[in-house]
Design a protein around this ligand. Structure first.
Ligand SMILES: [Zn+2]
Length: 167
């Protein structure tokens, strides 16, 4: 896990991804395993399945839709049998993170999807896919462009041809 670094992204996002890959985010199934008495362990977003780490960040229907749109934005095919370690992992073993900018975007996506989930749980705030995708595009742009001031990244290029950006 020591290779899990991406200097284009905030430390707190890097730490979040590390915790995801270790299965250490407090999804309901994990809380129940630790003896927390819960009313339900079903997914707060969809209520169709139990809330595991994989469900909450990847296979939940709305989250899946977010990922599909992120892959479409980058004009990349969504690999079949995607799992969290190939999606967010260190760039080896069949990882889809072929470049650091793309990896930074995927990490931002996971980080914000978890934020939306928490806002649903703690503030009962409902989120929707198009707004989420716009926020992921804007936040990842903000974070990445702040980290590489020498390469001025153009917002239009970011939106329409992100894979052409080399930092
Ligand atoms: Zn769900």
């Amino acid at each position: 896990m020591s290779t899990l670094r991406n200097n284009l992204i905030l430390k707190k996002v890097e730490v979040f991804v590390w915790r995801v890959l270790k299965g250490r985010i407090p999804v309901l199934v994990e809380l129940e395993k630790r003896g927390v008495d819960l009313h339900s362990v079903r997914c707060p977003n969809c209520d169709n399945d139990i809330e595991s780490v994989c469900h909450s960040l990847l296979s939940c229907e709305r989250v899946r839709d977010v990922w599909n749109r992120i892959f479409d934005w980058w004009n990349l095919p969504r690999p079949p049998n995607l799992n969290l370690s190939s999606l967010l992992g260190s760039g080896q073993n069949g990882s889809v993170s072929h470049n650091r900018v793309w990896q930074a975007v995927m990490w931002t996506c996971a980080y914000l999807v978890w934020k939306y989930r928490n806002e649903k749980v703690f503030k009962n705030k409902v989120w929707n896919v198009p707004v989420a995708v716009c926020e992921i595009q804007a936040k990842s742009f903000e974070w990445v462009s702040r980290r590489c001031e020498e390469t001025r990244i153009d917002w239009n290029n970011w939106l329409h041809n992100p894979s052409s950006i080399v930092v």
